[in-house]
Design a protein around this ligand. Structure first.
Ligand SMILES: *Cc1c(COP(=O)(O)O)cnc(C)c1O
Length: 414
């Protein structure tokens, strides 16, 4: 049986796009095959671990999930961790454990994946979006302070692209106003702020292991935090049951179970945890490769006034989940959308992170937002594109991306 996401050819075959309408002259440096934006890096070790799990008598939440939780908690120095089936589940569960609901307000950023905001709607609370900082594109603490009302219960900073938000300021606000500080760390494995690993604090932190993330279990997530909180999250993530099936079905286990609250079904499987354990062992090497690619991009693009490069503030360690390049307003004759088409015509896949949440029809309509409601997020969205950044890129792949970007810029510079 073939595994289409592994074989390069079949993977590419699925993703090849129609070339966009030709530019005035044909593009010069041209890759013969399409470079996918972010394919997963699955090795023989992962396959062996998954097969080993399939051959065992336990395929859903069991010993490997326990092992993965312990290894992950050790890696980020978390007080405790519960593995779940997504980061979205981790965010939702954390809000539910904190009993945030109707009448409450939760402050977060518009420049994120919609899941960050959707979970606030899931618990019936009101999302209050505030704009981002222009350099890191993470939530602006001054705007959080201005948005706090007596109904505010929580704040969800997103460590955008892997760059930690300004946690000293946000933490101070959360303490002063007794708010839940729930971090969306979907991009931030492994990242650090002022020498402390993201996930090492007592407050809840949600990680994602979706296929494109720095560590993948295909789908999956982890919620870290203080042990009592994580214990309640574990119950809530498993139907609200006080004992999981692994314990009930072991020899000497008791068939009795008690549902103490109407919980969710958000548990991770041992098959996913098998992938996660392998990926965790490789994480340092994968990150080194990401940093290498980032250095090559920086060398190629810095000093060119067509670009605004991603920043890394001195007090952080960036997880480099995304390489978000911003085009300087007015530098080119074409806009961001056209640049993306031109790169696709040169066989380079890119992404945009993100369509700001306030411009999606649901949020726009419900809360009456206009694009300019969050001018920093919207202006940057219009100028941004994410270049391929993943450990599968060879130096030649990176050189091809750089050639294609510089070719487009040279052709359309104003
Ligand atoms: C990927 C992502 C999520 C959701 O993660 P899932 O594991 O897919 O649920 C949440 N927030 C951000 C910022 C993300 O990038």
């Amino acid at each position: 049986m073939t595994f289409p996401q592994r074989g390069n050819d079949s993977f590419r075959a699925q993703r090849v796009m129609e070339p966009s309408p030709p530019a005035s002259t044909p593009p010069r440096p041209r890759r013969s095959s399409y470079l996918s934006f972010s394919p997963p890096l699955i090795g023989e070790e992962e396959i062996a671990e998954v097969v080993d799990t399939l051959r065992s008598d336990w395929i859903t939440t069991g010993p490997k999930v326990g092992e993965f939780e312990a290894a992950f908690a050790a890696r980020v120095s978390a007080p405790a961790a519960v593995a779940l089936n997504s980061c979205t589940a981790a965010l939702h569960t954390a809000l539910a454990v904190s009993e945030i609901g109707p009448g409450d307000e939760v402050i977060t950023t518009p420049l994120t994946w919609a899941a960050t905001v959707n979970v606030i709607e899931h618990v019936g609370a009101r999302p209050v979006l505030v704009d981002v900082e222009p350099d890191t594109l993470t939530i602006d603490p001054a705007r959080i302070a201005a948005a706090i009302t007596p109904r505010t219960r929580a704040v969800i900073p997103v460590h955008y692209a892997g760059h930690p938000a300004d946690m000293a300021s946000i933490d101070a606000l959360a303490r002063d106003h007794r708010l839940l500080l729930l971090e969306d760390a979907a991009h931030a494995l492994p990242a650090a702020y002022q020498g402390r690993t993201i996930g090492s604090g007592a407050n809840p932190v949600a990680f994602s292991f979706y296929a494109t993330k720095n560590l993948t279990t295909a789908e999956g997530g982890m919620l870290t935090g203080e042990p009592g909180f994580v214990a309640r999250a574990r119950i809530l993530s498993m139907h609200g049951m006080t004992r999981d099936a692994w314990k009930r079905y072991q020899k000497g286990g008791n068939w009795r179970c008690e549902v103490v609250t109407p919980g969710f079904k958000y548990n991770m499987t041992d098959i996913q945890a098998a992938l996660g354990l392998c990926q965790l062992r490789k994480l340092a090497a994968l990150q080194e490769r990401r940093r290498h690619v980032v250095r090559l991009y920086a060398e190629a693009f810095q000093g060119d006034d067509a670009f605004e490069l991603p920043v890394e503030r001195p007090n952080v360690e960036h997880a480099w989940h995304l390489y978000v390049l911003r085009l300087r307003a007015g530098a080119l004759q074409i806009g961001r959308d056209r640049v993306i088409e031109e790169l696709a015509a040169r066989n380079i896949g890119t992404g945009v992170h993100y369509v700001p949440v306030h411009t999606h029809p649901y949020y726009r309509t419900k809360y009456g937002y206009r694009p300019e409601s969050f001018p920093v997020a919207y202006d940057n969205f219009e100028r941004m594109l994410s270049l391929p950044l993943n450990p599968r890129l060879s130096d030649q792949d990176v050189a091809d991306v750089i050639d294609a970007v510089l070719d487009v810029v040279q052709r359309y510079r104003r």
